[in-house]
Design a protein around this ligand. Structure first.
Ligand code: FAD
Length: 491
């Protein structure tokens, strides 16, 4: 029997789509490439979702209105975003938590540390693994069919319409389809080809580590691009974090990230600084440091702090290299001691200490130093000193499929009637570059929900779609900065 809606992928975006399509009355089959124990993609590594709100709301403090969220998005992407789609995701984040709770997701107050998130991001109790487990449980309960170990190789299309998907030789028909199979970050050959060689002749991506799942190989993305789907985004743009150089190739997750950059300085393998470590709050800057390190020789950096920074950031899983003096630290890290000491002396001498406050853009900055450190600049002078070697950790790529407000895939600028896409596979419509914490899940939630309802409508020919689901979605998406505050449990 042909299923109404086929959902491809098993992360946040796919699950949101599957739940919505099923709630709207469609029969739904979800195909997850990973085995059950590895289900959930990158979403299983997450911790929080960025949400707009006009007043304190359950786990969120103060207010984070639509306009501020939008201005933040504009800033981090340097304008490379689609305002209509960006604002849809932002508005959808206002009321989504009630729907998420309905499907078993629990929230908790933000953790403290270098990510200043209690105002902007709602934290999942139990992390992303608990999020996807709750969604999978709920999906099973309401009758979504789930198949693991089912990587889709290709789609059969006719005149821009979805006909069937192939898992190996098996052909699976459906009336409509939502693709939410992630980016191509885990496909090392594709990432290598996209980044190419640098001026030193190095294959830059050979030193990348993948922070999340190994299953986001971009097979479906490639297949759709080959079949003429409209693309968006630059293949080298990605969410990239500086992570401990000792991290595993895949699935190192959140605990390998180094969060002390803004509390110290970062030098390259020639012991030179290369970027303003205190440019902005860490949640708006952490995702550029992987890229910055990728552009350094050997794709390696060294984050240096002193005793004053200890206790002010979430410690990474690996211990730093510890030394009682800066020359000893340089030696232990394999850096040229003379150059390192010159870099550190120049930095220390340039610090104009004001009132150090890591929770605001404080007035501790450098003077007459290139590159400057514009906030939280304090001399690195108190033993013990610590150094961490960091590598580019790729989280997810931004090259994706172009969509409209209905999350429809486009072919030669024409939206497909029954093929939709959500999550990392289309995040490039909103994120042309840059990132801010929590917005990946916001985008997947918003467009996953939209894609699910649209696919159900396409399959059931709109009239029979359960109107309650449609109204709920419309209401959630239409929330504006003047919307009333909803109440929910505090968990
Ligand atoms: C360590 C880490 C921490 C993060 N923390 C946060 C955070 O706190 N907040 C936030 O907003 N974002 C965070 N992100 C980013 C976030 O994970 C992504 O933006 C988001 O989860 C993407 O959701 P998705 O559903 O599009 O993709 P994924 O969750 O990656 O799901 C893709 C799914 O598709 C499946 N798949 C792939 N190819 C196929 C195929 N051919 N056939 C069938 N299935 C296939 C995969 O197995 C996987 O289940 C983090 C990422 C990482 C790696």
């Amino acid at each position: 029997m042909t299923v109404d809606v086929l959902v491809i992928g098993g992360g946040n975006a796919a699950l949101c789509a599957a739940l919505m399509a099923r709630e709207a009355g469609a029969s739904v089959l979800l195909l997850e490439s990973a085995p059950k124990e590895w289900r959930g993609g990158n979403s299983s590594h997450t911790r929080n979702i960025r949400c707009m709100h006009d007043a304190p709301q359950d786990v969120l403090t103060e207010a984070y209105p639509e306009e501020e969220f939008w201005q933040d998005l504009l800033k981090v992407t340097a304008g490379k975003t689609n305002e209509s789609l960006g604002r849809m995701a932002i508005r959808a984040s206002s009321a989504c938590r009630d729907w998420m709770r309905k499907h078993g997701v629990k929230f908790q107050p933000a953790l403290s540390g270098t990510l200043h998130l209690s105002r902007t991001n709602a934290t999942f109790m139990g992390g992303g693994k608990a999020l996807v487990n709750a969604y999978f449980r709920s999906a099973e309960k309401i009758g979504v069919q789930i198949r693991y170990n089912s990587p889709v190789d290709r789609l059969e299309l006719k005149d821009g319409k979805f006909v069937a998907a192939y898992v190996g030789e098996e052909r699976i028909e459906a009336k409509a389809c939502v693709m939410a199979a992630g980016g191509f970050e885990s496909n090392l050959a594709w990432v290598r080809e996209a980044w190419g060689q640098n001026a030193l002749g190095e294959w830059t991506a050979d030193n990348f580590l993948v922070r999340g799942t190994r299953y986001n190989q971009g097979v479906l993305l490639k297949n759709l691009l080959d079949q003429g789907a409209d693309a968006i985004g630059d293949p080298t743009q990605a969410h990239m974090v500086a992570i401990d150089a000792r991290s595993p190739l895949y699935d190192g997750g959140i605990c390998t990230r180094l969060d002390c950059v803004s509390l110290g300085v970062v030098v390259n393998k020639h012991a030179a600084r290369f970027y303003d470590e205190g440019e902005d709050f860490w949640p708006k800057r952490y995702a550029i440091w992987g890229r910055l390190v990728a552009h350094q020789p050997g794709q390696i950096g060294y984050s240096i702090i002193d005793a004053k920074a200890v206790g002010r950031f979430m410690p990474p899983v690996f211990e730093g290299v510890k030394a009682d003096s800066l020359p000893e630290l340089a030696q232990k890290l394999g850096l040229d001691v003379v150059t390192f000491m010159q870099t550190m002396s120049e930095y220390n001498a340039a610090c104009r200490e004001g009132t150090f406050d890591h929770t605001v853009l404080d007035d501790c900055h450098t003077e007459n130093l290139t590159p400057a450190k514009t906030h939280w600049a304090r001399p690195i002078d108190t033993a013990p000193f610590y150094g961490y070697a960091v590598r580019p950790g790729i989280t997810f790529t931004y090259l994706g499929l172009k969509v409209n407000e209905q999350a429809a895939v486009h072919f030669k600028d024409q939206p497909s009637d029954n093929l939709f896409v959500a999550g990392e596979m289309m995040a490039g419509n909103v994120l042309g570059q840059g990132y801010m914490a929590g917005v990946g899940i916001t985008i997947g939630m918003a467009f996953g929900r939209i894609a699910g309802v649209q696919a159900a409508q396409a399959a059931l020919k709109s009239g029979t779609t359960k109107t309650a689901v449609w109204s709920e979605l419309v209401e959630d998406l239409a929330s504006t900065s003047t919307s009333s505050v909803r109440t929910g449990d505090q968990s």
